[in-house]
Write a protein that binds this ligand. Structure first.
Ligand code: FES
Ligand code: FES
Length: 153
């Protein structure tokens, strides 16, 4: 099997997997980074979002072959800073319910802030609308995002 050198959360990992293996499987099953969640496996739900070179991408839909040499960040990498404004606001406003979709929500939002510290309501809606939550936490997510934009990140 081919060998891939992956840069995840600023660490280097070696993965021996088939080149078409989706990144999500490599993160969870090969590297043991289970914070990124499997939802639909078809690029629809957004629960598997990670950052690739700072941009939000659906890891279920990207073969590992395409990310060699790129910088990957998962929710575990973001959580290295527990004082991150998104985490603090999420906890303060008790955004999560079952929690399953929340890594995808948070990684999507963090990527938006990477490129735009003061997104407009429509930019927020556009970025977040593709991440589904079966618990219906959307109103709390919206409130949390508005608070972060108001207070600054
Ligand atoms: S698991 Fe990747 S978009 Fe649903
Ligand atoms: S909090 Fe349960 S799926 Fe979103």
């Amino acid at each position: 099997m081919p060998e891939f050198k992956l840069k995840v959360n600023n660490k280097t990992y070696i993965a021996n997997v088939e080149s078409e293996t989706p990144l999500l499987w490599v993160l969870r099953d090969t590297l043991g980074l289970t914070g990124t969640k499997y939802g639909c496996g078809e690029g629809i739900c957004g629960s598997c979002v990670v950052h690739i070179d700072g941009k939000a991408e659906r890891s279920c839909s990207i073969p590992v072959n395409d990310v060699s040499g790129k910088s990957i960040t998962t929710i575990e990498g973001l959580a290295e800073n527990p004082d991150h404004k998104i985490f603090k606001t999420w906890i303060e406003l008790e955004v999560s319910q079952c929690g399953y979709c929340q890594p995808g929500q948070i990684m999507t939002l963090a990527a938006l802030f990477n490129s735009n510290k003061k997104p407009t309501k429509s930019e927020i809606d556009e970025a977040m609308s593709g991440v589904l939550c079966r618990c219906g936490t959307y109103p709390r997510i919206k409130k949390a995002v508005e608070k972060i934009v108001k207070e600054g990140i």
